[in-house]
Write a protein that binds this ligand. Structure first.
Ligand code: IPD
Length: 275
């Protein structure tokens, strides 16, 4: 469907990418420059979490404004600002700060993530990590880049040689189950990482810095851009039993690794629906 749309003068994925990158960089500058230096430790009038929420909301507003100035009929799905379907068939899926806990503590692994959908398919994406000095981009069918240089996922590997990242949800019961799965998986893989940003984990798979990534409970805004970037870099991104990647599961890895990781997770009961 979107292929028909990009033939029109109005919707060109490269133009969407340019606008997405412009908006992401503006938001990235905002969250770095406006972050109070002592956010994680100082006693502030409000709690540090409130300050992060303020930064999140401010960054998302900047992105929406930058988009609406050029494309007033587009829709949005944002972590802070909710959903608005728009009238153009183009939707911007925004996580103004993915890796908010890293941001809170001053760890560099946080990013602005923007995926752009046309007719429900993500056609362009950007993940900008200002303290890492990295901007990942992708256009569907055309490739994925880091700071303008093409990125490529690693060749597939056996599970025993795989460096695998994952993440944990915010709910205690879900975290307990996720912890049990990781405990059982750990002896079967090279090692496990918990980076704290799903968008950057997906970009790390794209850049060949990880053999795989999996997580239950992510939202569309965490993964929209990163999933396109990983796919365009040659990884497979999907869920359990042939389902698309989504809230129940996101797995990203080169094909052979994807299958090994998927099957191991199923064997460990990670596809259960009660957590
Ligand atoms: C979170 C991060 C984290 C993942 C969580 C996400 P947020 O997003 O991506 O790595 O494990 O599932 O919710 O809250 O920092 O935008």
């Amino acid at each position: 469907m979107w292929q028909g749309l990009i033939l029109s003068d109005e919707v060109n994925p490269w133009e969407l990418l340019v606008l997405a990158e412009h908006a992401a960089l503006e938001a990235a500058r905002f969250i770095v420059e406006r972050r109070p230096a002592d956010l994680g430790v100082a006693e502030t009038k409000s709690s540090p979490t409130d300050v992060v929420t303020e930064m999140d909301t401010g960054a998302e507003q900047l992105i929406r404004k930058a988009v609406l100035e050029r494309r007033p009929d587009d829709g949005f799905l944002g972590e802070e600002g909710g959903a608005d379907s728009g009238a153009s068939g183009v939707r911007w899926v925004i996580d103004p700060i993915d890796g908010t806990v890293n941001y809170l503590y001053g760890l560099p692994a946080f990013a602005v993530s923007i995926g752009v959908e046309v007719g429900g398919t993500t056609v362009a994406g950007v993940v900008a990590a200002p303290l890492m000095g990295e901007v990942y981009t992708a256009v569907r069918g055309a490739g994925a880049w880091c700071n303008g240089a093409p990125v490529k996922a690693r060749p597939a590997t056996g599970l025993g040689d795989a460096l695998v990242a994952t993440g944990f949800g915010y709910r205690a019961e879900r975290r307990r189950r996720q912890g049990e799965i990781v405990r059982a998986l750990l002896p079967r893989v090279r090692d496990i990482r918990r980076g704290g940003s799903a968008a950057l984990d997906l970009c790390a798979v794209a850049a060949g810095r990880l053999d795989g990534y999996f997580e239950r409970g992510t939202h569309a805004w965490d993964c929209s851009a990163g999933a396109l970037i990983a796919t365009e870099a040659g990884a497979v991104v999907g869920g359990f039993h042939g389902a698309e990647a989504g809230e129940p599961m996101v797995i990203a890895a080169p094909r052979g690794t994807f299958t090994a990781l998927h099957d191991a997770l199923v064997e460990l009961g990670a596809d259960a629906t009660d957590y």
